[in-house]
Design a protein around this ligand. Structure first.
Ligand SMILES: Cc1cc2nc3c(=O)[nH]c(=O)nc-3n(C[C@H](O)[C@H](O)[C@H](O)COP(=O)(O)O)c2cc1C
Length: 328
C-alpha cells in the first residue's frame, strides 16, 4: 500500500474558490491539509502572465497546482513552472465535464483517451521533479465499466503517476451542467475501494459527497486503506472544519485556533495585499463562511459583502465586520 500521509486530508480544486487568498486562509486553519489550486489551463499559462496566475502566498505549504489541457508539450511546459512557484505536486484534471472544457478536448472527456493521458503524464513527469498526479471520475457516458476504469488507471500508472484522486461518480458529457454532474450521477464509493485493491501500489484519494471529518474518517477506516479523502463543497460551506484536521488526520496535539483568531491572523495578509492593489472584495471572499452557524455570522457576512466593494474598503472593513460577532 503506497500510503501518502500527506494526502490524508485534501481540499479539492475549485474554480473561482481555491485561489491563493483562499489557500492562505485555509493554511491558517490547518498546517497539514493538502490543498489543490483551482484549475489553470496550460493554454492560459502559455499565453503569458504565468507569474500572476501561479503566484502563491509565501507560507502556502503543501499545495498542488492543478492543470487543464490535453497537449503533452503544453502541459510539460506548464508543469515545469510549478516548482519555482512553490507548488509540491502537479495534478492533471481529467474530471471536469463543462462544455467549455470539452470544447478544448480536455477534462473528463480525456477518460476516453487513456493513451493520450498517459502521454501527457509522462511528458509532465519528464519536465518536473514534483510528483505528477491525476484527478479523475469513475467513467464518462457509456465508458463506465470497472474494466475501462482499470485500463485507464493502468495506463497512467505505467506513465509514472503514483497518486490518483477519484471523484466517486461518473460524468455525463451531454445534458448535465457541471453542477448537476456533481449531484445527479450516484456516488459509488465501493468502486474506489475495488480500484485500490486492484492497484495496491497506487495511493488513491477518495472524493465526492464527503460531508465532514467524521465521514472522511469513516471512509479512511474501511479496508483496503485509501491514501486520503478530498473534500470540496463541505469546506466551501464551512471552512472552519479544517481546524480539526491537524488533530484528527495528522496526529497533532495543539488545540485548534478559534475562528476569531484565524480572522485576526488574516488581517496582516489583507494589509499587505491591499497595499499591492488586490481588491478588498477578492480578499474577503474566503472569509464569508468562516463564521458559519455562529451568532452574528449573517451580519458579519453582510458587512463584508456590502462594504467590501466600496472605494476605500480596507483592513478596517474587516475589523468592523468582526465587531458584529458575539464575543467568544
Ligand atoms: C465551485 C466548484 C469548482 C470546482 N472546480 C474544479 C476544478 O477547477 N477542478 C477540478 O478538478 N474539480 C473542480 N470541482 C470539483 C471538485 O474538485 C470535487 O471533485 C467535487 O466538488 C466533488 O467533491 P465534493 O462533493 O467534496 O464537493 C469544482 C467543484 C466546485 C463546487
Amino acid at each position: 500500500m503506497a500510503a501518502e500521509p500527506s494526502h490524508r486530508f485534501c481540499v479539492a480544486p475549485m474554480l473561482d474558490v481555491t485561489d491563493r487568498h483562499y489557500r492562505h486562509l485555509l493554511r491558517l486553519l490547518s498546517r497539514h491539509a493538502f490543498l489543490y489550486s483551482e484549475m489553470i489551463t496550460a493554454a492560459a499559462l502559455a499565453r503569458g502572465d504565468a507569474a500572476r496566475l501561479l503566484r502563491q502566498s509565501p507560507a502556502s505549504g503543501a499545495v498542488a497546482l492543478q492543470l487543464g489541457g490535453a497537449e503533452p508539450a503544453a502541459l510539460a511546459a506548464a508543469a515545469a513552472l510549478a516548482a519555482e512557484h512553490g507548488y509540491r505536486e502537479v495534478n492533471l484534471n481529467v474530471g471536469c465535464p463543462s462544455s467549455r472544457v470539452q470544447g478544448g478536448r480536455f477534462g473528463a472527456c480525456l477518460m476516453a483517451e487513456p493513451a493520450r493521458v498517459a502521454e501527457c503524464v509522462a511528458a509532465m513527469q519528464a519536465a518536473t521533479a514534483l510528483p505528477v498526479t491525476v484527478k479523475t471520475r469513475l467513467g464518462i457516458d457509456a465508458l463506465d465499466s470497472d474494466a475501462h476504469l482499470q485500463g485507464f488507471i493502468a495506463a497512467i500508472a505505467a506513465a509514472g503517476c503514483r497518486l490518483v484522486i477519484v471523484h466517486a461518480r461518473k460524468a455525463w458529457l451531454q445534458g448535465l451542467s457541471p453542477r448537476q454532474n456533481r449531484e445527479i450521477p450516484p456516488l459509488q464509493y465501493e468502486r474506489v475501494y475495488r480500484l485500490q485493491a486492484q492497484f495496491p501500489q497506487l495511493a488513491i484519494v477518495i472524493n465526492g459527497g464527503i460531508a465532514d471529518l467524521d465521514a472522511a474518517e469513516a471512509l479512511l477506516a474501511q479496508p483496503p486503506a485509501l491514501a486520503g479523502a478530498m473534500l470540496g463543497r463541505a469546506v466551501q460551506r464551512d471552512p472552519y472544519l479544517l481546524a480539526g484536521v491537524d488533530r484528527r488526520c495528522y496526529g497533532e496535539m495543539a488545540p485548534p485556533p478559534s475562528r476569531l483568531a484565524v480572522a485576526r491572523h488574516y488581517l496582516p495578509y489583507v494589509e499587505a495585499e491591499r497595499s499591492a492593489g488586490t481588491p478588498m472584495s477578492v480578499l474577503m471572499a474566503p472569509l464569508l463562511n468562516l463564521f458559519q452557524g455562529q451568532p452574528g455570522a449573517r451580519r458579519f457576512r453582510r458587512h463584508l459583502s456590502e462594504r467590501g466593494h466600496r472605494p476605500g474598503a480596507g483592513p478596517q472593513t474587516l475589523t468592523e465586520a468582526l465587531a458584529h460577532l458575539a464575543p467568544a
